[in-house]
Design a protein around this ligand. Sequence first.
Ligand SMILES: NC(=O)c1ccc[n+]([C@@H]2O[C@H](COP(=O)([O-])OP(=O)(O)OC[C@H]3O[C@@H](n4cnc5c(N)ncnc54)[C@H](O)[C@@H]3O)[C@@H](O)[C@H]2O)c1
Length: 327
Amino acid sequence: MRIGILGAGRIAKVHARSIAAHPGASVAMIADPCEDAARELAEAHGARHTADPAEVISDPEVDAIIICSPTPLHAEQILAAAKVGKPVLCEKPIAMDTETIDKLFADLEGLDPQVMLGFNRRFDPSFAKVRRLVDGGVIGKVEQVTIISRDPAAPPREYLASSGGIFKDMTIHEFDMARFFLGDIATVFAVGQNLDPELADSGDFDGAIITLTNADGVAATITNSRHCSAGYDQRLEVFGDKATVNADNIRETTVQVSTGEATDAKDPYLDFFLERYDAAYRLELAEFIDAVENKRTPSPSLKDGAAALAIAEAAEKSARTGTPVTL
Ligand SMILES: NC(=O)c1ccc[n+]([C@@H]2O[C@H](COP(=O)([O-])OP(=O)(O)OC[C@H]3O[C@@H](n4cnc5c(N)ncnc54)[C@H](O)[C@@H]3O)[C@@H](O)[C@H]2O)c1
């Protein structure tokens, strides 16, 4: 499969690397208005480059598109690819607001597009195993899900200003993970925190705790922070009436060092998302390619992306008003 990439930034580099490692795919062409970035990434993969994303979408030697541009451009690029019948793997979130997504769904009517959303954590081998244990009945009836996601350090202020806020930018991954285990979410209650003095005037929260429930009363708790002195903290627990299952942080080695000062000292957590979720990005790409080749609807779908954004908007409202929101 000859794949075109829109954008040549951080996540585009990850996808280009995964494509290069996939036996059935190659990077065909990369577009970025910052042409130097496009050229550099394209040269690293023996691909063509352009400053114009429309050229990649229409190129006859590009079979599928991966959208890695800034979020406000995703909807129009999904639509452009759908109009020429090309399958899309689009980075999260689909858009900054649900109105844009509603319009996209209306515009896509009759085009029957093959679109997958880049919720890579579903493909993390540990989280995917937890899901298999749930599906296999090992946990019994799921009652509570606990998700912890803390970044090592806050991104630059310029990034925060255009990020859409913590819920759409960061927690969106956890909202999708909560849906992965709970299905559709019925209620959202969020507490936002402003504890980092460096970000006090950013207008955004730098930490949050969110409780979600589904229609059966199964609850998920999400804990987020933009900073964590211990590193990139990514954990998950699913509690059911038969078992409790945990997916812990991942380290480079399993070596433990014990001295007179400290016992069982281990490597730090894998840091940051490029390293921690490397396997997940590769498996996500493999699922996209397999779905396209076998003409399946890829999962997670555009609808999963829309549902996660609706939860993010509800969380923002809940945190700002101090009241639970029913979806
Ligand atoms: N799934 C994940 O783990 C993950 C991680 C990081 C980012 N993301 C998402 O990926 C997207 C990009 O994030 P990033 O961190 O790579 O950003 P980035 O700023 O590093 O890269 C974005 C690139 O897009 C380019 N660009 C601007 N306009 C464009 C256009 N019209 N067409 C094509 N490219 C254009 C920019 O010049 C820039 O090089 C965002 O939606 C973000 O939320 C997802």
